[in-house]
Design a binder for this molecule. Structure first.
Ligand SMILES: NC(=O)C1=CN([C@@H]2O[C@H](COP(=O)(O)OP(=O)(O)OC[C@H]3O[C@@H](n4cnc5c(N)ncnc54)[C@H](O)[C@@H]3O)[C@@H](O)[C@H]2O)C=CC1
Length: 296
C-alpha cells in the first residue's frame, strides 16, 4: 500500500511517517515544495502521476490563519483550488483522497458540539478557503473522506504546546484566553485514525464510508485549561512550567476571528469507522513528555 501524503514538514504528515514506520506493508511518500506546490497546478498533476499512489492524504494547506486575512487570494488558491487539484489527480488515478479540514468552517456561536449536519459559517478567510476546498474536493472525487479536525498539536512543527513550553522557559506567568473552547487533538492520533480509514476503505467493497466527518480528541478544554495541563504535565516530568492567567478573547485581539465554541462531535466517525480518538489529556501527556525529554 503506497500512501502519498502532501506537505512534507506538516504536523500530520510527519505524524503519519512516524506511525506508518510501526506498520508492515505501508509505504509513505511525502511530497512538498518546490516539486509539489499547491499554488502550481501542473506540479500537482506531475507529482501524483509519478508517485502512482494507492491513496492520497491531502494534509498540506495554507495554515497561517491570521496572515490569510492579508492574502486571501493565496489562501484560496492553496486551500480551495490546490486541494481540488489534488482530489482531481487522485480521481484520474482512480484512487481515494483523504482530505483534512478544520473547525474554523463554523462560526462558533452555537453552545453545542458541531456535527456534520450543522451549517458552516466561517468567520475568517482561512475558514472560508478551507470550506470551499471541502466542496471542491467532494465534487472532484467521489472517493473522498474529508476529516474536519481542530486544535492540532504534535512533537513536530509549530503548535500551541510547543509555544507554551517555549514561553514557560522565559516567563513566570502567561496570559491565555479562557473563553474559547475546543478539542485539543494530537496529530499522532489523527495519523492513527487516517491509517484506520485507509485500512477500512481498502477492506470495504461499498462506497458507504466516503463522506464528511468530524474527527477530534475526546473531551474539551479552553485554551487556558489546555495551557495549565501542558504546564502541570511538564512540571511532573521535570520540564518548564508557568502560571496561567485567564484572559478574555477581547484582551488578545487577532486579525482573524476565532470561533468561541469550536467543539466537534466525532460520533459519525466513531459509528462508521468503529474508532475514536483518546481523551486529549492522555495524548497530551505523551507529547509533552516526549518534548520535555527531547529538550532536557
Ligand atoms: N494545525 C491545526 O491546528 C489544524 C489544522 N487543520 C488542517 O489539518 C491539515 C494539517 O495541518 P498541520 O499538519 O497542522 O499543518 P502544518 O501547518 O503543520 O503543515 C502544513 C504543510 O503544508 C505545506 N504547504 C503550505 N503551502 C503549500 C503549498 N503551496 N504547496 C505545498 N505545500 C504547502 C507546508 O509546507 C507544511 O508542510 C491542514 O489541512 C490544516 O488546514 C485543521 C484544524 C486545525
Amino acid at each position: 500500500m503506497r500512501i502519498l501524503v502532501t506537505g512534507r514538514d506538516g504536523q500530520v504528515a510527519r505524524s503519519l511517517v512516524a506511525k506508518a514506520a510501526q506498520k508492515a506493508d505501508i509505504e509513505i511518500l511525502c511530497i512538498g515544495r518546490p516539486e509539489f506546490d499547491l499554488a502550481q497546478r501542473q506540479t500537482i498533476i506531475d507529482a501524483v502521476a509519478e508517485a502512482e499512489p494507492d491513496v492520497i492524504v491531502s494534509a498540506a494547506a495554507y495554515t497561517a490563519v491570521d496572515q490569510a486575512e492579508d492574502e486571501p487570494s493565496l489562501a484560496f488558491e492553496i486551500n480551495a483550488h490546490g486541494a481540488e487539484a489534488v482530489a482531481s489527480a487522485a480521481q484520474r488515478c482512480g484512487v481515494p483522497v483523504v482530505h483534512l479540514s478544520t473547525d474554523y468552517v463554523f462560526s462558533g456561536d452555537s453552545d453545542e458540539p458541531y456535527t456534520e449536519e450543522d451549517e458552516p459559517a466561517p468567520g475568517c478567510v482561512y475558514g472560508r478557503s478551507k470550506l470551499q476546498g471541502e466542496k471542491l474536493v467532494a465534487a472532484a472525487n467521489p472517493k473522498h473522506v474529508i476529516l474536519r479536525t481542530a486544535w492540532v498539536y504534535s512533537p513536530f512543527g509549530k503548535n500551541f504546546v510547543k509555544t507554551m513550553l517555549g514561553l514557560a522557559g522565559q516567563r513566570e506567568s502567561i496570559s491565555v484566553v479562557a473563553d474559547q473552547i475546543g478539542n485539543p487533538t494530537s496529530a499522532l492520533d489523527i495519523a492513527d485514525a487516517i491509517l484506520c480509514v485507509i485500512d477500512r476503505m481498502g477492506a470495504a467493497q461499498e462506497a458507504d464510508l466516503y463522506g464528511l466527518y468530524h474527527l477530534a480528541g475526546t473531551g474539551d478544554a479552553s485554551w487556558s485549561t489546555f495551557a495549565q495541563t501542558i504546564f502541570s504535565t511538564s512540571r511532573e516530568c521535570g520540564g518548564p512550567t508557568a502560571r496561567v492567567i485567564d484572559i478574555p478573547s477581547d484582551d488578545f485581539p487577532t486579525k482573524a476571528r476565532r470561533p468561541p465554541n469550536s467543539r466537534l462531535s466525532s460520533l459519525k466517525f466513531e459509528r462508521n469507522f468503529g474508532y475514536s480518538l483518546p481523551h486529549w489529556r492522555l495524548s497530551l501527556a505523551e507529547v509533552v513528555q516526549q518534548l520535555v525529554r527531547s529538550t532536557g
